[in-house]
Design a protein around this ligand. Structure first.
Ligand code: COA
Length: 289
């Protein structure tokens, strides 16, 4: 595919959402809370940065970042980078990423797809691949909350307050948006009366499950796994099946696989430094971390 000579990259505006959705659908992103979902894109327009690559007068691709945290420790999360298949390999992805991530400074991360163009592109922006993010699915009735643990409903504000106290990062806007998804709700994992983890669950159809779960830094491996199991065991999906995205080294992966859960696909955590997410603790949203 020859380079498209005149790709213009500009900030996206709400009027671009139908063309952004068309690119998302052309690349197979047809799920809720993806580029074809106005609620998702509106959240990114409000709290992140969205650009479009325009070629021949129409939107050929889109990309989005979301800043996490503030000050020198702030991390730029690349949430989306999608180019219409007809122009893959013609420089549109690189042009959009250069606009989103100018220069070489700053903490950057993403969950890269296994598309052949993705890893080389992100590597050239200073990111390395560190671990797989497994998309695990299984029956919630195959799980039980460990002894002494239970899941409890909570408001998005109290979930975000717990996460802020543990990480120093304010994710309240994300928890509010995640809680507005189909089946969305805040949840706490409580052990003997003590809050050990806080997160949001929800999502449509196959995506229903844990969206994001923060764990107290006081949790050891056993407790980090128990928190995930307690939250999953407390879900009530219509078809009995739920999803959670876990770093492959996370201590909950082995008990979930042993309970018959399966890892159907995976992305690659790519980051300028491996410590931007702890693979033994993080339960991140694939889009927003
Ligand atoms: C990944 C994606 C966004 C990259 O955008 P793109 O416009 O296709 O990529 P570019 O033309 O800018 O090329 C980016 C890099 O990919 C690599 N690449 C491009 N064409 C390639 C080919 N034919 N074979 C192997 N690698 C190739 C090169 O490293 C290239 O950089 P360089 O040519 O400057 O060295 C796009 O291919 C895409 O939408 N893929 C499907 C959806 C997806 O998986 N998105 C990633 C989500 S994390």
């Amino acid at each position: 595919m020859p380079a498209v000579a005149d790709i213009e990259v500009r900030e996206a505006v709400p009027a671009d959402l139908p063309e952004i959705a068309a690119v998302a659908l052309a690349t197979g992103q047809d799920e809720e809370w993806g580029g074809a979902d106005p609620a998702y894109m509106t959240h990114l327009l409000a709290h992140g940065r969205v650009v479009v690559g325009v070629a021949g007068g129409s939107v050929a691709g889109f990309g989005a970042t979301r800043p996490l945290g503030s000050g020198p420790d702030a991390v730029s999360m690349l949430c989306d980078l999608f180019v219409h298949p007809e122009v893959h390999g013609s420089g549109c992805g690189r042009a959009m990423l250069a606009a989103l991530w100018p220069g070489t400074r700053g903490h950057r991360m993403t969950f890269s797809s296994l598309h052949a163009h993705a890893l080389p592109l992100y590597t050239s922006f200073g990111l390395d691949a560190w671990w797989p993010l497994l998309y695990l699915r299984g029956r919630v009735d195959a799980l039980a909350a460990p002894a002494g643990w239970q899941a409890a409903a909570a408001s998005p504000a109290s979930v975000a307050a717990a996460e802020l106290s543990w990480t120093g990062v304010d994710r309240s806007a994300d928890h509010q948006a995640w809680a507005r998804r189909p089946g969305g709700a805040g949840v706490l994992a409580v052990r003997d009366g003590e809050v050990m983890a806080a997160g949001t669950v929800g999502g449509a159809g196959d995506e229903f499950g844990v969206t994001h779960l923060a764990v107290t830094p006081a949790a050891d491996d056993v407790r980090a796994a128990a928190a995930v199991l307690a939250v999953l065991a407390g879900l009530a999906p219509e078809d009995g099946v739920a999803r959670v995205c876990l770093p492959a080294p996370h201590p909950a992966v082995r008990p979930l696989l042993a309970a018959g859960w399966r890892a159907g696909e995976f992305d690659l955590f790519m980051a300028t430094e491996p410590g931007l997410l702890d693979p033994c603790r993080a339960v991140p949203s694939p889009a927003l971390a």
